[in-house]
Write a protein of this length. Structure first.
Length: 452
């Protein structure tokens, strides 16, 4: 065992050490070489070292450089070194983080981390936390608590009796709601298409003056950080109006919730703490390894009612929090370990520096591109930049050229009918030098498109 783990650690070090010098996107030849994996299941066992070597040789070169400093395609960061190290350590522990009496170490880590997160986000002290797979399941989990509460208020036990014959639930979302929120609503049986959609402004913020009248069981879904513009809904107005009418308010803060940790930016999320549930993703801006979502419910009993599980063989009685009572899974890895490690290592000052630095770097991208004559489509308030290089065809041509050149990687999007390139600055590893190097590559790609 020790030899294979030592080998794996060496290969991981070499991979991470080469990221700065390689193209962010994998080469065509590296992708073609993946065909070596297309073989029948071996009949006989092989040396584990040979298996690891095959994995490294074929897949490492075919990866997108998401762990590096110049991947700006999605709102995801590379893994902080301490988070990756904690992930490795927790993997060696191999704990099924479900029950305190069985796995007290990792269960206690989640208790402590939950308190830290609630304090960081300035949520009510009574808030319960779920450590789940990502933003989709975080939305699903929080909205399950919402569904429980609004139907219980109408005299219906949805966990026992399902949705057949249940009072209808009105779900209100903004026109710019993220698709994963819609997926969560679909999985909960609330429907992706039967929502009431509220118009948004030019930045994607829900218009408070357009909130429709409603009655009966209702869930209002707001957004902290539009995935294109970074904009935040006007929480104070919308939450007050929704609560006056008895609605549950949920906030999809997949990356924007972390702004609460940045003193110079937290005003953007003013009033967010007045909602009833929240969702975010630690692998986005906290720079955790993938598979690290977080859901929060102001009412811990509602979350537990929606998620708890019992069985005769499970030692469920404990004065401590059983993680499985707050998550969709029973069997689950100890996700809280790396979240704890990142927060403990960075502290409040380090967290604020990370988020504020990325936002400053995004502003530098916008300033440099605007100065070169390109059109910035959004108010750059956090870490998101939308830029158009002319019409749709030319913008797509610039994006393709940039991705092929390899210095950095940005993706395409369409914002309110206009094609754009989206720059998401989310990585702990991105330096100001990386920004300048990437900006130069963007300007070269745009200049090349101009000369065609």
């Amino acid at each position: 065992m020790y030899e294979i783990l030592h080998d794996a650690a060496g290969r991981a070090r070499r991979y991470l050490g080469t990221l700065n010098g390689r193209s962010v996107a994998p080469s065509a030849s590296a992708i073609e070489a993946l065909s070596e994996l297309d073989e029948p299941l071996p009949q006989r066992s092989s040396n584990p070292a040979e298996t690891l070597a095959l994995l490294d040789r074929t897949v490492s070169s075919a990866t997108m450089g998401m762990a590096g400093p110049r991947f700006f395609g999605f709102v995801i960061g590379g893994s902080l070194p301490i988070a990756l190290a904690a992930n490795w350590l927790a993997g060696s522990w191999d704990q099924n983080a479900s029950l305190y009496e069985v796995t007290p170490g990792v269960a206690r880590i989640e208790e402590v981390t939950s308190r830290w997160l609630i304090d960081l986000f300035e949520l009510p002290p009574s808030t319960a936390t779920s450590f789940v797979t990502g933003a989709t399941m975080a939305n699903f989990t929080a909205l399950a608590a919402a569904r429980h509460t609004v139907l219980a208020g109408a005299g219906w036990n949805v966990e026992a009796d399902g949705l057949f014959g249940a009072p209808p639930i009105t779900v209100i979302i903004g026109e710019e709601a993220h698709p994963t929120l819609l997926k969560s609503l679909g999985m909960l049986g609330l429907g992706r298409s039967r929502t009431l959609r509220v118009p948004v402004d030019e930045q994607g913020r829900m218009r408070a003056d357009a909130l429709p009248a409603f009655k009966g069981p209702t869930i209002l879904c707001l957004q902290a950080g539009n995935v294109n513009t970074g904009a935040f809904d006007p929480f104070e107005q919308l939450i007050e109006r929704a609560h006056e009418r008895g609605a549950w308010v949920h906030v999809d803060g997949a990356f924007g919730l972390w702004i609460k940790a940045a003193p110079s930016l937290k005003h953007l999320a003013r009033g967010l703490e007045g909602a009833d549930s929240w969702a975010t993703d630690a692998h986005k801006w906290l720079n955790e390894p993938n598979d690290s979502g977080l859901a929060f419910s102001r009412d811990a009993r509602a979350l537990s009612a929606a998620m708890a599980v019992t069985a005769e063989y499970l030692p469920s009685q404990s004065p401590h929090r059983n993680p499985c009572d707050f998550t969709p899974e029973l069997s689950r890895r100890a996700r809280g370990v790396e979240v704890w490690a990142a927060m403990h290592s960075l502290g409040k000052v380090g967290l604020a520096e990370l988020f504020e630095r990325n936002c400053r770097q995004a502003a530098r991208f916008a300033d440099g591109l605007r100065a070169a004559g390109h059109t910035i489509l959004n108010e750059v308030v956090v870490n998101q930049v939308l830029v158009a290089f002319g019409d749709a065809e030319r913008t797509r041509s610039v994006i393709a050229a940039l991705q092929k050149e390899g210095t950095c990687w940005c993706g395409a999007t369409v914002w309110q009918g206009r094609a754009a390139m989206r720059i998401s600055v989310s990585s702990w590893a991105t330096t100001d030098a990386d920004v300048e190097r990437s900006l130069d590559a963007m300007l070269r790609a745009a200049a090349g498109a101009s000369s065609v």
